[in-house]
Design a protein around this ligand. Structure first.
Ligand code: NI
Length: 153
């Protein structure tokens, strides 16, 4: 018999994750977005672009939600740009989270060199983990830069 898992409401919490990412954008001064703790690690601008880019990548290329993949790597430069892209990509994500058929569908994808079948629920969870993972990375950078903040996670 298949294991039955508890039902879970996570989208409200996810909003708070995105809100804290927007707060992080506010906290990092424009001139420090390029700071990185080590030369071969991404700077904060790159991490923030990557968060929106990962949402776009999964939804455009795997889920194929109908919106194009907007390559924001060259267009997202300022804090206003980063804020706008986080809000845009989160609205896109929310459309996916509200679409039961897209969540319940199966998608073929290459994962760690293998072709796998993933559900929309798996993709949603993966993107939530990805947001939280990179939020922790950004909070670490803020701490290393000595920026005080009110984000308590
Ligand atoms: Ni990542």
């Amino acid at each position: 018999m298949a294991q039955v898992f508890p039902p879970l409401e996570i989208s409200q919490h996810w909003q708070s994750v995105n809100d804290s990412l927007l707060r992080i954008v506010e906290l990092i001064p424009e001139e420090r977005l390029n700071w990185t703790p080590q030369a071969d690690l991404w700077n904060s601008r790159g991490v923030l672009i990557h968060i929106s880019d990962a949402r776009d990548g999964w939804l455009a290329n795997t889920v194929v939600d109908g919106d194009p993949y907007p390559n924001i790597w060259t267009t997202a430069r300022s804090r206003d740009d980063l804020r706008r892209e986080l809000m845009r990509s989160f609205a896109r994500l929310q459309r996916f989270l509200s679409n039961q058929a897209q969540l319940d569908a199966s998608y073929r994808d290459d994962w760690n060199g293998e072709t796998v079948t993933l559900s929309g629920h798996w993709i949603a969870f993966h993107l939530l983990v990805h947001d939280i993972h990179h939020r922790a990375e950004l909070l670490q950078r803020i701490a290393l830069m000595g920026i005080e903040h009110d984000i308590d996670v």
